[in-house]
Design a protein around this ligand. Structure first.
Ligand SMILES: *[C@@H]1O[C@H](CO)[C@@H](O)[C@H](O)[C@H]1NC(C)=O
Ligand SMILES: *[C@@H]1O[C@H](CO)[C@@H](O)[C@H](O)[C@H]1NC(C)=O
Ligand SMILES: *[C@@H]1O[C@H](CO)[C@@H](O)[C@H](O)[C@H]1NC(C)=O
Ligand SMILES: *[C@@H]1O[C@H](CO)[C@@H](O)[C@H](O)[C@H]1NC(C)=O
Ligand SMILES: *[C@@H]1O[C@H](CO)[C@@H](O)[C@H](O)[C@H]1NC(C)=O
Ligand SMILES: *[C@@H]1O[C@H](CO)[C@@H](O)[C@H](O)[C@H]1NC(C)=O
Ligand SMILES: *[C@@H]1O[C@H](CO)[C@@H](O)[C@H](O)[C@H]1NC(C)=O
Ligand SMILES: *[C@@H]1O[C@H](CO)[C@@H](O)[C@H](O)[C@H]1NC(C)=O
Length: 641
């Protein structure tokens, strides 16, 4: 029945681009791209979302559509004698069933990804968490993009010889096809420390002292430095690189591309040096252009100062048609249709449309304040965790579970909850562990420490970054004061952490655009960055964004019936709605163990995480726990399938 339906959908959609089940794009008011001598398209933090967003029209184009888009843009700019370069700044893996649900992981995505021609790309941190995934980079993706994949500060232990070798070339120098612009390009990763021990990430500060880098930036025959990296554009790492290059070249243009924080962002280092970050999850195709660069040493004739532009393109066909002046019959190419088909076939092979249940309402990570009935976190702590974790409790013991909010990666939309939904919600393989008989007051203090004493945790040896950088969703990082857009006063989070006011990073209605009668605005990104508020290609109405704590917790009843604890306090600290137990079995996601260890020490709890903790619930992951709850509680009504 289901497969027949899918087959029919597949047939009826064969002339269209995008995935057959993707929603149609919604017309919206648009801003145009400003093409220059040198143009860029940029993806970052795609995390396996090569099928696009099948529940959100604004981001429903797939990797095949992006291939068609890039090829049309290339034709257009090359017809004017200009150049186009494609960039990807890593975190291509983990975060979507298309990557995570195959065995081995990534069985389909590397082949799909390589169908796009990319001129310069690099690794993210996610490629390096596991031995397998970094080896896949070395053995598959680096060769797929031979010469274009750069790794300025990553080494890997060669899987065959065991020798330490660069993951990919440190840098490259090349000349653009149309104009002969001489470019020196680097590919960095931020100062990441949680990688598996088969890779070595050298801190950027050290890399830029190395001879090869010093030689590369002393090259006099360069028209543009191109620094790409899985690095926030506003970061110490990029400031250091910027200063090192400027130390040698006081006025050569520098274009940075960055990522990691999952935000749209643009940084101005000086009049001739800018950095673009292009969002996450195939929601955004970043566009940048430069006019007035010298070509092969010939001074630019257009102006003495180069001009830089940027746009954040919503990844949907409405945007793609608009910027290419094409339509549904003229836009797709043979290759883009092939790639859309490859994605469709992989999704079928992985059974990503398998339905576990039907979600009665939208549940949000950050669009509503926490706690809230529409918050995913409230749903987890009130329903999912108490119900499912209770089945793993020791007899006559009360449990307290702590999970980090960053373990959740995406919203849940009303409607079918599929295999795909489960992997988008939480792609991680992290399972639960627990410590026995922890005094309840200590357990509560542990949660307090994780949520409020981030400074202590930031000083963890080797951590180098605050707890919120790893425990909370990455988007939230950008709201921390120290890394906020300089010119963007409003996004500075001057509120106490507990305050629940909407943050303004994505939330500025005063776009300065005349309101257009039609088509009308739909909710989406309303970015303010170093160049102003006209960066989004699509003129949206704003979406609220609320801060969440680093961690949430739930009390778990002592028997398998959860009725007696159906309403624990909705606050991140456990309230007095339940009778206080003397001790609890403290259950946590193993991902947060390093922070738990530090927090146990800080509150003086006598728990050695290496010796005193055990696997909980047979090693089931958070994703499996959620799926079980959905199967038991969100039955589809007849006919919903
Ligand atoms: C955008 O470009 C199209 C042609 O491609 C043009 O008709 C339209 O006027 C431009 N819009 C703006 C706001 O410049
Ligand atoms: C690594 O990949 C191999 C072969 O593809 C697979 O057998 C193995 O289970 C993987 N290991 C992990 C930890 O995923
Ligand atoms: C890397 O970690 C593994 C455990 O995951 C350990 O067995 C191995 O000895 C470590 N290798 C090095 C070089 O530290
Ligand atoms: C698409 O554009 C072509 C060429 O401009 C035109 O002939 C065709 O009718 C258009 N198709 C649709 C569906 O708008
Ligand atoms: C598309 O796929 C077909 C059949 O698999 C193949 O023959 C053709 O070369 C492909 N074309 C492109 C442009 O990838
Ligand atoms: C939240 O849901 C609970 C139970 O479903 C209900 O009793 C309560 O009124 C709801 N709260 C709000 C603010 O809607
Ligand atoms: C749990 O409590 C019940 C009732 O108080 C008691 O009968 C049972 O023996 C206890 N089980 C364990 C394992 O302590
Ligand atoms: C920035 O914020 C401060 C205090 O919040 C305010 O006094 C100042 O005027 C603001 N600056 C700009 C440029 O808006």
């Amino acid at each position: 029945m289901t497969s027949l339906l899918l087959a029919l959908l597949g047939l009826s959609a064969s002339t269209l681009a995008a995935q057959p089940s993707a929603p149609k794009p919604i017309p919206a008011p648009m801003r145009n791209l400003t093409f220059g001598q040198l143009n860029f398209l940029h993806t970052t933090d795609t995390h396996g979302w090569l099928a696009g967003h099948l529940r959100e029209p604004s981001y429903a184009a797939d990797w095949g559509d992006y291939i068609a888009f890039a090829s049309h843009i290339r034709e257009k700019v090359e017809a004017d004698g200009a150049d186009l370069l494609l960039i990807d700044t890593g975190d291509r893996i983990e975060g979507n069933g298309l990557y995570d649900s195959s065995e081995p992981k990534g069985l389909y995505t590397a082949d799909i990804f390589k169908q796009q021609h990319i001129d310069v790309l690099c690794s993210g941190n996610h490629e390096l968490y596991k031995k397998n995934s970094s080896e896949d980079e070395y053995l598959i993706t680096v060769p797929n993009f031979k010469g274009n994949y750069l790794s300025s500060n990553i080494d890997i232990m060669n899987p065959q010889s065991g020798e330490r070798v660069p993951l990919a070339p440190r840098f490259k120098k090349f000349i653009t096809q149309k104009q002969g612009i001489r470019i020196v390009a680097f590919g960095f990763l931020f100062d990441f420390t949680q990688n598996y021990n088969n890779t070595i990430v050298q801190p950027v500060e050290e890399t830029i002292k190395e001879q090869w880098f010093q030689d590369a930036i002393r090259d006099k025959d360069v028209d543009l430095f191109l620094v790409i990296g899985h690095v926030p554009v506003q970061s110490k790492e990029y400031t250091d690189i910027y200063k090192a290059i400027r130390g040698m070249h006081w006025d050569t243009p520098i274009q940075f591309f960055g990522g990691h924080q999952h935000i749209r962002d643009y940084a101005k280092y000086d009049e001739k040096a800018y950095g673009l970050a292009s969002g996450r999850f195939m929601e955004t195709i970043g566009f940048a252009s430069i006019n007035g660069v010298s070509t092969g040493g010939k001074k630019a004739s257009i102006s003495t100062n180069p001009t830089f532009t940027r746009k954040y393109i919503d990844n949907n066909l409405w945007s793609f048609y608009h910027h290419t002046n094409l339509n549904e019959s003229t836009f797709p190419t043979q290759q883009s249709k092939n790639v859309s088909k490859m994605i469709e076939n992989a999704r079928h092979a992985l059974n990503l449309d398998h339905i576990y249940g039907c979600t009665p309402q939208d549940l949000w990570m950050s669009r509503v304040q926490y706690p809230h009935n529409d918050s995913i976190y409230t749903w987890l702590e009130k329903q999912v965790l108490p119900d499912i974790l209770s089945t793993g409790m020791r007899a006559n013991k009360t449990g307290m579970a702590i999970i980090n909010t960053g373990a959740i990666r995406f919203d849940i939309f009303k409607g079918p909850f599929t295999q795909d939904t489960a992997f988008m919600l939480s792609p991680f393989t992290s399972a639960f562990r627990y410590a026995k008989d922890v005094p309840y007051d200590k357990a509560k203090q542990v949660l307090e420490v994780l949520n409020r004493q981030m400074k202590i945790l930031a000083e963890m040896p080797g951590s180098g970054l605050s707890a919120s950088a790893f425990l909370a969703p990455p988007e939230q990082l950008a709201m921390d004061k120290d890394i906020v857009v300089d010119d963007d006063n409003e996004s500075q989070v001057q509120l106490p952490k507990s305050d629940q006011k909407p943050l303004s990073l994505y939330n500025d209605d005063d776009s300065g655009e005349p309101s257009e009668p039609s088509p009308s605005r739909i909710p989406g990104y309303t970015t303010k960055d170093a160049a102003g508020d006209d960066g989004d290609d699509t003129i949206h109405s704003p979406i609220s964004y609320y801060r969440v704590p680093n961690c949430i917790s739930a009390l778990i009843a002592e028997s398998s019936s959860s009725s007696s604890f159906s309403s624990p306090s909705p606050s991140p600290t456990l309230g007095n709605a339940v009778a206080d137990p003397q001790t609890v079995d403290l259950v946590y996601l193993d991902f947060i163990e390093p922070w738990m260890e530090q927090a146990f020490k800080f509150v003086g709890a006598d728990v050695d995480v290496k010796k005193d903790t055990e696997v909980f619930l047979d090693g089931n992951t958070l994703t499996q726990v959620v799926v079980r709850w959905v199967e038991e509680n969100w039955k589809c009504k007849d006919g919903a399938e």
